[in-house]
Design a protein around this ligand. Structure first.
Ligand code: GLU
Length: 429
């Protein structure tokens, strides 16, 4: 059996869902072709005086709905194919929540944990130098993604400003507050997923305090959604990172687990018996076992492609909330759907991050600073209304939530493409 690449898998799903949306052939064709893909080799002077080269990418998938938007990922697995898939998902995501943005994504093939802080700063600035003509406040606006953070966004903004000799906080989002970042951006992805999960729980008629949750991946998104769900009364019975997973029938205190991870840099730190793990009975399991736990809600919050046609049959959760981008491969969709598992798809569940990025961009462009209350209430409005639209479409047309989200987004994008004229328009004149 041939193994499809991440981008191929994303295109198969797009084609099949575009047919469901009854899109014009020309519109489907337009969506299958990324607008621009750029690769740059970044030379980096290391602290020991040597020089290394890193491959860096930026894909502007399409700009039908506005300037392109999407994060920059620093990870050893970053490659052209992955960046294109992630840029395609950003395109759909921005349309699902109704943001005036097209989709983009970028990344560097690097393990940032192996760099010193000064090497990391030089590499971040080199990225912006490499793509300085490709990126811009009206063109393409980066943001944080896997293993990048607000400090890195601040360095990239400073580099862009020095190249263009201008003040341009609106060139990048997810910056430190002091440099024009928005309040509420740090937990926005987790909060958006939390808001969607609450809506799902309401629709399903479940009781918050009965819900058991497993979170695969304990980065920014995984931590915040787990923290908020725990505060709301759910039990977070399992959490993992790339090193392994911990399980506790009685549930973890997420804040202590997070503090522990910050100190030891891995959840493994809690395996010891003199810290937080000492006060709570727990066992260690693998990431694979975590995915197959008998919980109510499974939250994949790490990387793409963790649920495949091989392990989908083992999933026992009643619902999956995709905080990671692309955690379920298209090839596994049918198995998951046949099992009756409700999936809040990535293009909706993790859209809180880019939504608050949009708020940050508005603030930067208009010289405003919104209060945390304003950011959170606007985020709530956007997320719950997007969830409601998707849910209603799914109910009315007998679709899954993923199908409904794509149909809704693709129709919005297709209206723009059609307004520019398709074959039917030109040949009938
Ligand atoms: N990297 C995030 C995502 O995948 C945020 C993108 C943004 O804020 O532009 O949605």
């Amino acid at each position: 059996m041939t193994q499809h690449s991440t981008f191929e898998d994303a295109l198969f799903r797009l084609k099949s869902l575009a047919e469901l949306a009854n899109l014009n052939h020309e519109v489907i064709e337009a969506l299958l072709h990324p607008k621009q893909m750029m690769e740059v080799s970044l030379p980096l002077r290391m602290d020991d005086g040597s020089k290394k080269y890193y491959s860096a990418y930026r894909c502007r998938y399409n700009n039908y709905l506005g300037p392109t938007k999407g994060g920059v990922r620093f990870h050893p697995n970053v490659n052209e194919d992955e960046v294109k898939a992630l840029a395609l998902w950003m395109t759909i995501k921005c349309a699902v929540v109704g943001l005036p943005f097209g989709g983009a994504k970028g990344g560097i093939t690097v393990n940032p944990k192996e760099l010193s802080p000064m090497e990391l700063e030089r590499l971040s600035r080199a990225y912006m130098r490499g793509f300085a003509d490709f990126i811009g406040p009206h063109l393409d606006i980066p943001a944080p993604d896997v293993y990048t953070n607000s400090r890195i966004m601040g360095w990239m903004m400073a580099e862009y400003e020095s190249i263009h000799r201008t003040h341009a906080p609106d060139v990048i989002t997810g910056k430190p507050i002091e440099l024009g970042g928005s309040l509420g951006r740090d937990d926005a992805t987790g909060r958006g997923a939390y808001l969607c999960t609450l809506e799902l729980i309401k629709k399903m008629g479940w009781t918050l305090t009965d819900i058991k949750v497993a979170v695969q991946g304990f980065g920014n998104g995984g931590y915040h959604v787990a923290r908020l769900l725990q505060q709301a009364g759910c039990k977070i019975v399992a959490v993992s990172d790339s090193q392994g997973a911990v399980y506790s029938e009685s549930g973890f205190d997420i804040e202590s687990l997070w503090q522990e991870k910050q100190q030891s840099k891995q959840i493994k730190g809690v395996y010891c018996d003199d810290s937080v793990c000492g006060i709570i009975e727990h066992s260690t399991i693998t990431n694979e076992q975590l995915l197959a736990l008998d919980v109510d809600i499974l939250i994949p919050a790490a990387l793409e492609g963790v649920i495949t046609k091989h392990n989908a049959k083992d999933i026992k959760a009643k619902a999956i909330v995709e905080i990671a981008n692309g955690p379920i491969l298209f090839e596994a969709d049918d198995i998951i759907n046949t099992k009756g598992i409700k999936v809040i798809p990535d293009v909706l569940a993790n859209a809180g991050g880019v939504t608050v990025s949009y708020f940050e961009w508005i603030q930067n462009r208009s010289g405003q600073s919104w209060s945390l209350e304003k950011v959170q209430s606007q985020l709530k409005e956007k997320m719950t209304s997007a969830f409601d639209t998707v849910w209603t479409l799914a109910e009315n047309d007998g679709l899954t939530l993923r199908e409904a989200a794509y149909v809704n987004a693709l129709k919005k994008i297709s209206r723009v493409i059609e307004a520019q004229g398709t074959r039917q328009y030109f040949v009938s004149r």
